[in-house]
Design a protein around this ligand. Sequence first.
Ligand code: 5AD
Length: 465
Amino acid sequence: MNAHDSDRMEEVLRAHGWTMGEAASECDLVVLNTCSVREKAEQKLRSEVGKLAPLKAKNPEMVIAVAGCVAQQEGEKLLARVAHLDLVIGPDNIAELPALVNEQQGGAPPRARTVFDVDAPRFLAAAPRAGEAPVSAFVTTMKGCDERCSFCIVPYTRGPERYRPSDEIVTEIARWVEAGAREVTLLGQTVDSYRDAALPPPESDDPDESQFPHLLRAIAERVPGLRRLRYTSPHPRHATASLARAHAELDVLAEHVHMPVQSGSDRILKRMIRRYTRAEYTERVRRLMASRPGMTISTDIIVGFPGETEDEFAATLELVRDIGFVGVFGFKYSPRPFTPALKLVDDVGEEAKSERLARLFEVSEAQIRAHLASLVGTRQRVLVEGPSKAGAALVEGRTRRNEIVHLEAPEGRAVVGAVVEVDVVRANKHSLVGTITSEAAAALPPADDRSRYGPRRKRALPLAG
Ligand code: 5AD
């Protein structure tokens, strides 16, 4: 979501004549986009902002802005605390960035602009250009969150849920595909709570039933050129039977879902106000897993939530084994401003949190290793996303699930953006190595100017948080 917001900021600035600089020292404007979901991200901001002070001393004309959730959370207070800061701008005010910067360049006093667009929600449409689109693009479907998970700051930094009209979503996806993108990941804080009056009504009168499955169908039908569709992050509450049906029916959907569980203990889930039990989560995820052969699930887990006992943590480990997650983003609980959990005592010590996180990763890493090893010797369809960091002649892509595969690029062929058959020959710690089949290589078009793609977005790996 943050990477996506940064792209929108880049776009609105470009539209006003700005270009991207190489180093902060040579820039007239520095925008730091921030996350406040855990305290660590906030500490990072403090150190980054600190580094800019000497640059600003040298170049007093430089405008420094802090955007994103820390901006939303702190507002004016941030201006008071950081003397060399000019602008504080919330996630809903991105469109105003060029005008606000202009004001600063004209000598206006420092300004904080953090207003939610609740009455008239704005969704900045991406403006992809052919040859500059990444193979895999992000598209926003909703913003904000109506859940009240007791640990989470998002409802306070991103406001209430607002849904983007499905027509706009479909149009933007079609534009990305026209510009060359092959895969789209739908983005939303609770992406599967989606509603839009223009779509058919929810498939059941279950209050948790949303129109997200209808959105997926509309995209599949109306953008036939899209090769793969992913979404993140769903809330288990809306993972109903109709979502599983959509997975069974729509070939475009990836055979992987990231479904945050947070804990395997019912008492902790209740204290987290997650609004499901372990049994309900298990049932919903199993239903999704049954919708397609080979479907994999990854998750988010918080360790050391207030009051979490050793037995309750053991229940989480047991759930990780039971579901067989092949990707776990694990986090130590960190108290956040405004959140209901602040009333609970943060009583699991730092050492116990670290120890639990380490044990969680031991289990999840073993599962990932076993899963990747099980794929060696199989043939996979890989969507090639771009050059690989693993070597100059290598490219990398992902399977229909979510495994990263490195492979040698066939010489003189346009392989980036293609879906190719690959024989998996080896498993690394977090990825696979494969060779493209000779038939697949021969079927690729020759490399030319039309086979150009823009830079890829950094993707997080499920490692210690
Ligand atoms: N402490 C630790 N982890 C958190 N997350 C959200 N809030 C907190 C918090 N206060 C984690 C959750 C969520 C992911 C994006 O970040 O696991 O799914």
